[in-house]
Design a protein around this ligand. Structure first.
Ligand code: HAM
Length: 422
């Protein structure tokens, strides 16, 4: 099909249409159900925030902040940014609305579009959707385990098999002070070969070199020291306890000592779920603990942990294993004559009120052409309503999948559809 029209959607931003939208809706429904069973409640936060909110949380030297933010000045000259992720906004919301006064832990979920000015490719968009969760107020490894196990349940219920978590701990500030030193030492010999960004990061935040996407930097970091060797006793104990809880719950994981994640706010546990078949953009969900962010934003000392699922990548995986079935109306009511037209209009109205998807034909068109239209719309059933039917109070039904047919009393229409719902 040629794509017409004068305007195109912006690069990296896409329309989501039927029938694929049904997969989206089903994933969203499943996530909501699972989250609810774990006591997570929905919050809706704005898609834009003050730019500083993201710089202070995600980190000045991250790719997201350095290269990928949609930042504008509003008409009053204030800098605002389309959210590149949800955690910073939810933390702001938690503090602003005094949610810390409620009994902890407070557990929230959210969903919606995020914006990152990245180079678009398969599974990487500039407007993409996340479903995320954030749990505030518990520093215990049980909460990490609960959140990870909830993600596993969600992905399994959605229909993804063999979920394996990649997991690591990047420790607390204390662990990282020592680690930073050993990184600086390690990279000091190869500094000239790092990319410009990493040369800068070397002095301000050497951990970020571990997350650089430039292949030269990736090569140079093979053999770099890993954080695991620098964990303090309390971080080590937390991580070990978490692993034993995951064992208890039979959650499959691989420890990835070199994993760092691309956002600065993490402390302690970090994790990702990847799917190798997705190619380079293979993380379908990711998250971790961020025990300092609420405090840094001016709230009370509040440990927190969460994750976000990347919708486009989940849908891509589902599309491979599941046909995206075209959906059509429950019934197409074909009308014959003026009385038939009137009656079909009435019946459609009452069946729609009972929740059925009803389309109606036009008595001005032949019955044959109305049947063709019902077929094109992929209607499950056709009812035929004309003078004779109205007079007798009975109408003909036809099932389009196998041409089965019969008659029913007109006032049994809703019962008939309920009984025969596919
Ligand atoms: P993130 O790793 O930046 O973490 O993103 C989470 C997920 O969003 C990724 O695993 C991926 O599936 C999806 N994603 C990210 N960027 C894109 C893109 N350009 N196109 C398509 N999908 C993308 C966060 O955003 C954290 N806020 C997660 C979190 C919540 N940590 C604690 N709480």
């Amino acid at each position: 099909m040629s794509s017409g029209g004068r305007y195109k959607s912006l690069k990296g931003m896409q329309d989501i249409l039927p029938p694929e939208i049904y997969l989206w809706q089903s994933v969203e429904r499943t996530a909501r159900e699972v989250f609810t069973s774990f006591g997570f409640q929905e919050v809706r936060v704005p898609v834009a925030e003050s730019t500083e909110l993201f710089i202070r949380s995600i980190g000045e030297n991250t790719d997201i902040v350095e290269k990928e933010m949609y930042t504008f000045n509003d008409k009053a000259g204030r800098s605002m940014t389309l959210r590149p992720e949800g955690t910073a906004s939810v933390v702001r919301c938690y503090i602003q609305n005094n949610l810390s006064n409620l009994p902890s832990p407070q557990k929230f979920y959210y969903s919606g579009p995020m914006f990152r000015y990245e180079r678009p490719q398969a599974g990487r968009l500039r407007q993409f959707y996340q479903i995320g969760v954030e749990a505030f107020g518990s520093a215990e490894p049980e909460m990490d385990a609960e959140v990870i196990s909830m993600l596993r349940h969600t992905l399994t219920k959605i229909g993804l098999d063999d979920i394996v978590f990649q997991i690591n701990s990047i420790g607390c500030e204390e662990c990282r002070t020592g680690y930073r030193k050993s990184l600086v030492e390690y990279f000091s010999g190869t500094l000239d070969n790092l990319c410009d960004d990493c040369r800068r990061r070397y002095s301000v935040n050497p951990l970020r070199i571990l997350d650089c996407k430039v292949s030269r930097c990736a090569e140079l970091r093979t053999g770099a020291p890993v954080i695991t060797g620098h964990l303090c006793t309390s971080c080590r104990t937390h991580f070990d306890k978490l692993l034993s809880l995951l064992d208890l719950l039979h959650v499959a994981y691989q420890i990835k000592p070199d994993m760092v994640r691309g956002l600065d706010y993490y402390t302690g546990t970090i994790f990702e779920v990847t799917d190798q078949s997705l190619g380079a953009q293979n993380a379908v969900a990711a998250g971790g603990r961020y025990d300092r962010l609420v405090r840094e934003f001016g709230g009370p000392e509040t440990p927190a942990v969460g994750f976000a699922i990347g919708m486009e990548r989940i849908i891509e995986l589902l599309k491979r294993s599941r046909a995206t079935a075209v959906r059509g109306p429950d019934v197409f009511i074909a009308a014959v004559g003026d009385a038939g037209q009137r009656e079909s209009f009435l019946m459609a109205d009452s069946l729609r009120a009972s929740g059925f998807w009803i389309e109606t034909g036009h008595a001005g068109n032949s019955l044959k052409s109305q049947m063709r239209k019902a077929d094109r719309l992929s209607s499950a059933y056709v009812f035929v309503l004309g003078d004779e039917e109205i007079h007798a109070g009975r109408m003909t039904w036809k099932r389009l999948s196998d041409a089965a047919n019969g008659t029913i009393s007109m006032n049994e229409a809703a019962d008939f559809l309920l009984k025969n719902r596919s």
